[in-house]
Design a protein. Structure first.
Length: 175
């Protein structure tokens, strides 16, 4: 009887240890999978940040007359990986403007074209944005710049620069 009880206790403890081991292995597998996915996203993720210094929101002024710009376009640096499907907007003094992107701006302000959506750009290159001051739409949003873009696998990202010039990049798309 005592021997039988010993084997029952021994079997119970073995089963309990095996169950705890199984739970730990499942947890470890889930965490390893999550970390692997984060590594993949980190390695593929592009980051677009505005480059340079802007003194004030009212100093962001230029006029686009056909293909000639009067003023300085806003430069954005693409960092780390290829960015695709680049779009964006800027809000200045409660008016929202769609950004138009061009890639090669010459010293006299001429570029081949400006587009609402820029197809793709490789890392460590600049893309320049302008907006038509006459196309503003009234909004309640504060001053900000938002750039939406994708990585080469089609995942959405955005960079937002708030009224205090703080820039942050996130996964997902803002409109």
């Amino acid at each position: 009887m005592i021997e039988n009880n010993f084997y029952l206790n021994w079997s119970f403890w073995n089963l309990l240890i095996l169950l705890i081991t199984l739970i730990i292995l499942i947890w470890y597998t889930i965490e390893t999978h999550r970390i692997a996915n984060q590594s993949i996203e980190t390695n593929l993720r592009p980051i677009i940040l505005r480059s340079g210094i802007i003194e004030s929101w009212v100093s962001i002024k230029f006029k686009k007359i056909k293909k000639i710009i009067n003023g300085s376009p806003i430069p954005f640096l693409v960092s780390k990986n290829i960015a695709t499907s680049i779009t964006g907007f800027i809000v200045i003094n409660n008016y929202k403007y769609t950004l138009l992107f061009g890639c090669q701006i010459s010293s006299n302000g001429i570029t081949t074209s400006y587009r609402k959506t820029w197809g793709w750009i490789k890392p460590d290159n600049y893309i320049y944005a302008v907006f038509d001051e006459k196309s503003g739409i009234k909004t309640t949003k504060q001053n900000q710049i938002i750039i939406n873009y994708k990585d080469i696998e089609g995942n959405n990202y955005h960079t937002i620069e708030n009224k205090n010039w703080d820039q942050k990049s996130f996964r997902g798309k803002l409109s």
